[in-house]
Design a protein around this ligand. Structure first.
Ligand SMILES: *Cc1c(COP(=O)(O)O)cnc(C)c1O
Length: 361
């Protein structure tokens, strides 16, 4: 008997930041860059009072949500598309732009979903070197060939936590061949208090060859509802709507996302919390010679090269206390861990346990 055949998929499935520990009962998950403060009051309210329209299909054109987005960020409603997480938008972009043999450039240590979706459509993924865990414009430009179709860039970058400044980002677009789409993933832009930083949307709102990604999974705390959005040239958006599954973002997600945008107080509180704890944690970790990126997004890449203990060792010891960090081997980064900023209680617990770990070394 001959069985049905299928394409060969030559890579591992995406491994999310772990949420279950082997031994511990109560787990503190600092491995997936989720919101430290959960969700805001406005979202809590709509979830509690959620209406009975679940039996009806959701709005596949996202009228309410895209209107709210366009008002908040002063951009065009008809240049927005929503996805089941920004993940799905990355997937749709790859389907639209790439065919076999096309090339995609991603920085060496970048978000894994870019390379996964590019490979699914048989594109070739080209890695550009980073310098001290920071994206290099020159290195990206060096990798451009006639076959290059897309450059993917998260700014700030995940998992390194570093960012390229306003001028560098503008320079990249200027020097990059205009027929190549630059995708700027703004997943963590809200947290950025750094003066020389500007989000992709702010800089490139009217550019036809830049596509922006945004998510509700991070500062807004809606990771589990799966909702994100993309912003780009009207012509690209129109085509993406043809590719898009008709009801890809469920109704609860759309309504909650709209409420989340309105909750200025929660956003402000989250930013303040993040900046405060980034400072504290960075300073504490320095005592153990654990080096981190500068303050910015809601996570740190912890580098243990100068530390007495290795990343593996710390990962295990913290896990014994029920604290889970993100291992970095799947990203190809040695002797590092990624730490998400947690709630006050979680952060204090972490720092306290670090102290115990280092007391005896
Ligand atoms: C977390 C993250 C996203 C968000 O993914 P969703 O699918 O919207 O949950 C996108 N890009 C980067 C770089 C991220 O770290």
């Amino acid at each position: 008997m001959i069985n049905p055949t299928f394409r060969r998929i030559n890579f591992q499935a995406y491994k999310p930041g772990r949420s279950i520990s082997k031994n511990s009962k109560k787990v503190i998950k600092l491995s997936a860059n989720e919101s430290a403060l959960g969700i805001g009051k406005k979202v809590q309210k709509v979830i509690k009072a959620f209406d009975n329209k679940i039996s009806k299909y959701p709005d596949g054109k996202f009228k309410g949500l895209t209107y709210a987005i366009s008002k908040k960020y002063k951009c065009h409603q008809n240049k927005i598309i929503c996805g089941s997480g920004s993940d799905e938008i990355i997937q749709m972009l790859c389907q639209l732009f790439l065919k076999k043999g096309d090339e995609v450039i991603v920085p060496q240590y970048s978000f894994l979903m870019y390379r996964i979706y590019a490979k699914i459509v048989d594109a070739k993924v080209i890695f550009s070197k980073e310098i001290k865990f920071k994206v290099s414009i020159e290195e990206i430009l060096k990798k451009v060939t006639k076959k290059t179709k897309i450059v993917f860039l998260a700014n700030p970058n995940n998992p390194t936590g570093t960012y390229i400044n306003n001028n560098e980002l503008i320079e990249l677009r200027k020097k990059l061949n205009s027929r190549i789409l630059l995708v700027v993933d703004d997943a963590y832009f809200e947290y950025m208090v750094n003066k020389d930083y500007r989000s992709g949307l702010e800089i490139f709102k009217n550019k036809k060859n830049v596509f922006i990604l945004r998510t509700f999974s991070k500062i807004h705390g809606l990771a589990s509802l799966r909702v994100g959005w993309g912003y780009g040239d009207k012509k690209i958006i129109n085509e993406l709507y043809k590719i898009k599954p008709p009801f890809n973002v469920n109704r609860i997600a759309q309504v909650c996302a709209e409420e989340a945008l309105k909750d200025k107080e929660f956003i402000k509180k989250s930013i303040k919390h993040n900046t405060l704890w980034c400072k504290k944690i960075k300073k504490e970790l320095k005592k153990y010679k654990i080096i981190t990126n500068d303050i910015g997004p809601n996570f740190f890449l912890l580098n243990f090269n100068k530390c007495k203990l290795s990343a593996d060792k710390i990962e295990k010891k913290l896990e014994d206390y029920g604290i889970i960090l993100r291992e970095m081997k799947s990203y190809g980064i040695k002797n590092c861990l990624r730490l998400t900023i947690g709630s006050k209680k979680e952060n204090l617990f972490l720092l306290n346990k670090m102290k115990s770990i280092f007391k005896n070394v």
